[in-house]
Design a protein around this ligand. Structure first.
Ligand code: HEC
Length: 203
């Protein structure tokens, strides 16, 4: 009996030996290019694994500064009384009308304070002027109320506003009202005030 041979395989002609000058050459060049492309891709993957650390931190700080400026805008609204706050004179029970405890009533620039004082119809609250508030004045160590140099941060500003105590826990004058305000409002006020350039230098 003849050895069983598959009819199809019998029909397939023997594959021609690749000749070096045509398909062989092409195949070699093609696979070389593929190998090169593959190794380039691998190299690119190694050298550019998505955004670099510097890029990532740059975009993080960009979004952080965007939210910091959004917070400063909220802080300004609070400072100027467009967003009303609740506050009273220390030792008093009743809250004062929000319009009379706007920070901006008392913490104006030195030149504005002089102009307001000079005006006969200056509102009563503008008589108890506080110091002009700006970033360097608050955040840099300064002697305050006869104490050793001290500086504010967001939390210390909170304590000052809620309890009337400065960073050395020295009590402030009573004409600085005390406020009922959230941590978030303190943070907004801090973002606004800490970002303010020196006010006294600009008349
Ligand atoms: C009615 C006037 C008045 C209003 C309103 C007022 N302040 Fe004052 N503030 C003062 C006076 C006066 C002082 C100085 C107190 C002292 O030296 O003991 C002061 C002091 C301060 C200090 C301390 C500065 C330092 O160097 O220690 C801060 C901070 C401050 N105010 C923030 C605010 C903020 C923020 C608001 C609004 C939420 C506000 N004040 C509203 C009158 C006012």
């Amino acid at each position: 009996m003849p050895p069983a041979s598959h009819p199809a395989s019998a029909a397939v002609p023997p594959s021609p030996r690749p000749r070096p000058d045509d398909s062989g050459g092409f195949t070699r060049g093609y696979s070389a290019r593929r190998a090169l492309a593959a190794s380039l891709a691998v190299m690119l993957c190694w050298t550019m694994p998505g955004p670099t650390k510097a890029q990532a931190s740059a975009s993080a700080s960009a979004s952080a500064s965007a939210s910091a400026s959004a917070s400063a805008i909220q802080g300004r609204l609070l400072f100027e009384g467009d967003t009303p706050l609740s506050g009273r004179i220390r030792g008093h029970v009743d809250a004062l009308p929000p319009a009379s405890i706007r920070c901006v009533n008392c913490h104006v620039r030195a030149s504005e304070a002089a102009a307001l004082r000079a005006r006969a119809n200056a509102p009563a609250t503008t008589q108890g002027f506080g110091p002009p508030l700006d970033g360097p004045m608050l955040a840099e160590p300064r002697p305050r109320r006869g104490g050793p140099p001290s500086a504010y941060d967001a939390r210390r500003l909170c304590t000052a506003l809620r309890e009337g105590l400065d960073p050395n826990h020295v009590r402030m004058a009573r004409n600085m009202p005390i406020y009922q305000l959230s941590d978030r409002d303190c943070d907004h006020l801090w973002a606004y005030l800490a970002g303010r350039p020196t006010l006294q230098a600009r008349p």
